[in-house]
Design a protein around this ligand. Structure first.
Ligand code: AMP
Length: 173
C-alpha cells in the first residue's frame, strides 16, 4: 500500500451528514492511526519546508488539529480563524457567500502581523469559500499568504479556483 492509499483507506465517507446530500469526509480513523497521522502531517508540510513560514493559520475546526504539528515541523507559530462569535477578544472579519446567505470568518486583530509569511491549513477544501475568505482576511491584516494546504480536495467542486494563492492538497477525492 502506498502512503496515499493508506491515507485514503483511513477516511470514512458518512452519507447525509450534517445534512442530506452531503458526503462527510470523516478523518477520525486517520487521526487514530499513528502512521497515517504522521504521514498526513509530513505531506501537508512538505512543500513548505524551505518557505520560511512565520505562522500557520488553522481554519475552524479541523484546521486546529493539523495546524500545530505542521507549524512545529515548519518552525512556525500557529493562529486560528473561527466562525462568528467564538473568539474572546477584538476581531477582524471577512464575509463570504454560502449557497443560501452568507457566513463570516473571524480572527483576533493581532493574530497576524504585517509582512508575516503565512500558510493556511484545513482538512478539506470543498467550494473554497471558507479558505478564500480566510486568505483575504489574512491579507487585509498585512500577512503574506505563501500558500494553503489541505488534506483532502473535493476536486469536483473546483475550490482551488477560488484561491489566489498556491494550493497544496494531499489527496484529491
Ligand atoms: P468550503 O468553504 O465549501 O470549501 O468548505 C470548507 C469547510 O467545510 C472546511 O472547514 C471543511 O472542513 C468543511 N467541509 C466541507 N465539505 C466537507 C465534507 N464533504 N466533509 C468534511 N468536511 C467538509
Amino acid at each position: 500500500m502506498t502512503p496515499s492509499e493508506r491515507l485514503r483507506d483511513k477516511i470514512r465517507d458518512v452519507p447525509d451528514f450534517p445534512k442530506p446530500g452531503i458526503v462527510f469526509k470523516d478523518i477520525t480513523p486517520l487521526l487514530q492511526d499513528r502512521d497515517s497521522l504522521r504521514i498526513a502531517c509530513e505531506q501537508l508540510a512538505s512543500p513548505f519546508r524551505e518557505a520560511k513560514i512565520d505562522i500557520v493559520v488553522g481554519v475552524e475546526s479541523r484546521g486546529f488539529i493539523f495546524g500545530p504539528p505542521v507549524a512545529l515541523t515548519l518552525g512556525a507559530g500557529f493562529a486560528i480563524a473561527r466562525k462568528q462569535g467564538k473568539l474572546p477578544w477584538d476581531t477582524l472579519h471577512q464575509t463570504y457567500a454560502l449557497e443560501y446567505g452568507t457566513d463570516r470568518i473571524e480572527m483576533h486583530r493581532d493574530a497576524v502581523h504585517d509582512g508575516q509569511r503565512v500558510l493556511l491549513i484545513d482538512d478539506v477544501i470543498a467550494t473554497g469559500g471558507t479558505a478564500a475568505a480566510t486568505a483575504q482576511l489574512v491579507q487585509s491584516m498585512g500577512g503574506n499568504v505563501i500558500g494553503a494546504c489541505f488534506l483532502i480536495e473535493l476536486a469536483a467542486l473546483s475550490g482551488r479556483k477560488q484561491m489566489d494563492v498556491p494550493v497544496h492538497t494531499v489527496l484529491s477525492l
